[in-house]
Design a protein around this ligand. Structure first.
Ligand SMILES: [Zn+2]
Ligand SMILES: [Zn+2]
Length: 262
């Protein structure tokens, strides 16, 4: 499996991805808003884009479908529950579906609500597994829940993402690393891993941003550190009614609430 990350260089700070079969050169484009950049990258690499996957229905993920379909004839795949809002979807997806790209790539569909109520993450069971997580999980952060549900996002994090192997590479839909590390450090000032990565990221252009793993996320992402004593103590300063040993769901939802205004 070949993964090409494409920096959109737009105000939304999108990352697009081409996932290609090394044997046939067929490729799937993930959320190709800046579709010309995706097409250029495919041509440079000798790939043929045959499929488009939308992780969810927001325009900053689907707005490139029409242009890329017109150029390539690619089929559009999306969560069955989001298809009518996206329009032009050829294949509606559900939990456990497997997307094949060329002869060698298989991507499992995870049903991951929270940011929206119908959101797909793709998981590749390769030697170095990979997770394409749209606006569910960001590097060092979690998606907002303005059109979704923080409780459902907690269920997705705790019940699905946290259980994937620590070596899983994380490929989110946007580049928000420094801002999210700032939030982690605001909640947990003694987090040395987050501080070191923030320091490193200052000298790194967004298009060269680090690809984290889930193991790293568990060290730098407040939304995976729900039992951390510093995070709980800081939350109790803000929410005095919080019990001394709150459950993970409560901590997650409060962190998400704070992040909305941070
Ligand atoms: Zn979104
Ligand atoms: Zn987005």
């Amino acid at each position: 499996m070949i993964i090409e990350r494409i920096w959109a260089a737009n105000d939304f700070r999108n990352f697009h991805y081409l996932i290609a079969c090394p044997e046939t050169g067929e490729a799937l484009a993930v959320d190709p808003l800046e579709w010309r950049r995706c097409l250029d990258a495919a041509r440079t690499r000798g790939f043929t884009i045959t499929q488009i996957l939308n992780t969810h229905e927001h325009r900053d993920h689907t707005g490139g479908n029409a242009g890329l379909v017109a150029e390539t004839g690619a089929r559009v795949l999306a969560h069955a529950g989001a298809a009518s809002r996206i329009g032009g979807v050829d294949v509606g997806l559900a939990r456990g579906d497997v997307i094949r790209v060329g002869r060698s790539v298989e991507l499992e569909c995870l049903d991951t609500p929270g940011h929206t109520l119908a959101h797909i993450c793709l998981y590749a069971h390769t030697e170095e597994p990979a997770l394409f997580c749209g606006d569910t999980l960001f590097n060092a952060g979690a998606g907002n829940c303005h059109g979704g549900s923080p409780e459902l996002l907690y269920d997705t994090f705790a019940g699905q993402l946290a259980r994937l192997p620590d070596g899983t590479r994380v490929y989110p839909g946007h580049e928000y690393l420094a801002r999210n590390l700032g939030f982690t450090l605001d909640r947990e000032p003694g987090n040395g891993d987050a501080a070191a990565l923030l320091e490193r990221s200052r000298d790194t252009a967004a298009e060269d941003a680090v690809v984290t793993t889930l193991g790293a996320e568990k060290r730098i992402n407040a939304f995976f550190r729900l039992q951390n004593p510093s995070i709980i103590a800081r939350l109790r300063e803000r929410f005095p009614d919080l019990p001394e040993h709150p459950d993970g769901r409560t901590v997650f939802v409060k962190l998400r609430e704070l992040r909305n205004a941070w």
